[in-house]
Design a protein. Structure first.
Length: 343
């Protein structure tokens, strides 16, 4: 008997006995109906946020509604740099911020100075990075870590030291920034699907409570550009990972029909002789990674009104963002950055 049917029978037995089965005992497996009605990619697309052009020509996204005078924050785009590794000869040089094998190191260093200047007003503001590997590990940055990549591998950075600009690198994964308005502490998290399943954002808020005495009610958070539910098709194994960890997993997935022009014009080319339900043609399962991280912030105690969505889909906007998936791996890197102004 299918697990879903077994759980339905069990729930019926509990209901007749006047009891409610604990949902924490076994994660629910989302069925087709629970993943909501099928959608088209354009129904799920999110617009990109406001793009600001700095005096040095770089373009970046500020966090809407963040007017804290002690805080530096923002998300880079691919526009307005000195790198030519990922653009055509007739196009403007780009703001690749990752030390990739295709790009020149000096161009990347110049781009990092450009971003620091755009966000902080000073190209010499120290930028602290880390060796990311899709984990839930978080490191604390101190003054000694200025202008370098931390030797430890991690996917989250936090500090209460003024003058440092923390950075996470992304090219489809979700950058999440968090600031404590009362304690003046900040954090940045790199949340791909693996890090999200490992609850990096929830763990990060917990670490801020331990290290800085942060209260979730005092935190503000921003979710930056990443691949959206319009474009992020995943397999059953990814859905199973989320289902095993989150009671609300069904809310994070949608079935999406990709209305390709060729498929619409020549539908007979895509017919198969397989029995219904066994053909690969049909809706794909799409994951809303930004919503998954918003839910983690809520579970960690951050108020819904204190969470901002600052970016659109990296795959939908190739003119604005790098997308590892859309470009099939030939992509630069963007950054989400946050820091505390020097007094």
């Amino acid at each position: 008997m299918h697990l879903r049917a077994q759980l339905d029978i069990l729930d019926g037995d509990f209901e007749r006995a006047g009891l409610i089965r604990s949902r924490r005992a076994m994660s629910r497996v989302p069925n087709r109906r629970e993943r909501r009605d099928p959608a088209r990619p354009e129904d799920l697309a999110r617009p990109a946020g406001e793009v600001r052009r700095a005096d040095n020509g770089s373009r970046w996204l500020p966090v809407p509604g963040w007017d804290l005078d002690w805080l530096w924050s923002g998300f880079s785009t691919r526009l307005g740099g000195s790198s030519r590794a990922y653009c055509r000869d007739d196009e403007e040089a780009e703001l690749n911020l990752g030390f990739t094998t295709e790009d020149d190191r000096e161009a990347v260093l110049s781009n990092r100075h450009r971003l620091a200047e755009a966000v902080t007003g000073n190209a010499g503001t120290p930028l602290v990075t880390m060796r990311q590997f899709h984990s839930n590990l978080i490191q604390r940055a101190r003054l000694a870590d200025a202008d370098r990549s931390l030797p430890q591998r991690a996917d989250g950075l936090m500090t209460d030291t003024p003058g440092l600009l923390l950075a996470v690198q992304v090219a489809d994964c979700i950058p999440v920034l968090v600031a404590d308005r009362k304690r003046r502490a900040v954090a940045a998290f790199h949340a791909g699907w693996r890090g999200t399943v490992k609850r990096i954002v929830e763990a990060g808020v917990g670490r801020m409570r331990m290290e800085f005495g942060s209260r979730p009610a005092d935190l503000v958070a921003a979710i930056g550009p990443g691949i959206g539910p319009c474009c992020y098709a995943v397999g059953d194994e990814v859905m199973s990972e989320f289902t095993s960890q989150f009671l609300y997993a069904a809310d994070l997935f949608r079935e999406v029909y990709d209305e390709e022009p060729v498929r619409l014009k020549y539908p007979m080319l895509f017919l198969t002789q397989r029995a219904p339900g066994h053909s690969p043609i049909g809706p794909q399962i799409h994951l809303d990674l930004a919503e998954a991280n918003r839910r983690q912030l809520l579970d960690a105690g951050v108020k819904a009104a204190s969470i901002r969505i600052a970016g659109g889909c990296t795959s939908c906007h190739p003119e604005l963002f790098y997308s590892h998936r859309r470009s099939r791996g030939h992509a630069g890197r963007m950054m989400g950055v946050i820091g505390i102004r020097k007094a």
